[in-house]
Design a protein around this ligand. Structure first.
Ligand code: BEZ
Length: 256
């Protein structure tokens, strides 16, 4: 079951995702003329940015509505599952921001990325790591059983430790140059309830419609002490996992 994405709600309540992407673009260090796959391109704002830096970009996203929004920005965006990439040695880099935590089969992702990269190409990204939105998860775990729902059965998120992710990259013969967790408390420019409607939609959809408002109120109440400041602003306990990994270059043929 895929999460449904509403591009309008995303622009209204989640534009901070691309606004906070400067560090990961710096990690990517894109150069004009490079062919880049933007894995989980969403509404295409970052793909467009890479194109404006002179790169040739293909975007992939599982949401047709988000792909439509990306195409409207002029991006060559395609609907596709990041866990079933079908490219072969086409890209100088595969880039991903705030998307890999939605792909719960990380080995399938890495294997497809490995295949898609040219020898010597790089996989650079950032996504939610271990401990990400811990307070929200605790609140969901408390609230959901009342509606007969088991968090773990429908959890759509993958938030690994740096050690786990490094090991997975290395198991696919990637040369890992960086893999670390970075706590990044993130201030919302909206109410938590609106964030939940965009990002925790899988859980909301599982609750009977007539109970959804109560459920949301309960989750928000559980989070108040930990995440709301004295001015009433919400600061989420984001933890990012940043990584850079290279596909080995082809060994030079030995001269006899
Ligand atoms: C994140 O970007 O960290 C995130 C995305 C979806 C759900 C939770 C967190």
């Amino acid at each position: 079951m895929n999460q449904y994405w509403d591009p309008h709600a995303y622009v209204r309540d989640a534009s901070f995702v691309s606004e906070l992407a400067t560090p990961v673009i710096e990690l990517l260090n894109p150069r004009p003329g490079e062919r880049i796959l933007d894995l989980g391109c969403g509404d295409g704002v970052l793909s467009r940015k890479l194109m404006d830096m002179g790169c040739v970009v293909i975007g992939i996203d599982s949401s047709p509505d988000m792909v439509k929004a990306a195409v409207e920005l002029g991006v060559d965006a395609r609907v596709g599952d990041g866990q079933e990439l079908a490219f072969y040695e086409e890209f100088d880099a595969v880039f991903s921001n705030a998307a890999l935590h939605w792909m719960t089969h990380p080995d399938a992702v890495i294997s497809g990325v490995q295949r898609a990269l040219k020898p010597g190409g790089r996989f650079v990204g950032e996504f939610g790591g271990y401990g990400n939105i811990e307070t929200v998860i605790r609140a969901l775990r408390k609230a959901l059983p009342k509606y007969g729902i088991d968090f773990d059965k429908i959890n759509p998120w993958y938030f690994p430790t740096a050690e786990e992710y490094r090991a997975r990259l290395e198991a696919h013969s990637m040369d890992v140059r960086l893999c670390e967790l970075i706590p990044r408390p993130t201030r919302l420019n909206t109410q938590l309830v609106n964030w939940l409607k965009v990002f925790a939609r899988r859980f909301l959809d599982a609750v009977p419609e007539f109970e959804r408002e109560n459920f949301l109120e309960e989750v928000v109440t559980h989070c108040k002490g930990g995440l709301q400041n004295l001015e009433g602003k919400w600061i989420l306990d984001y933890v990012r996992l940043q990584f850079i990994a290279f596909k080995p270059s082809r060994p030079k043929s030995c001269k006899m």
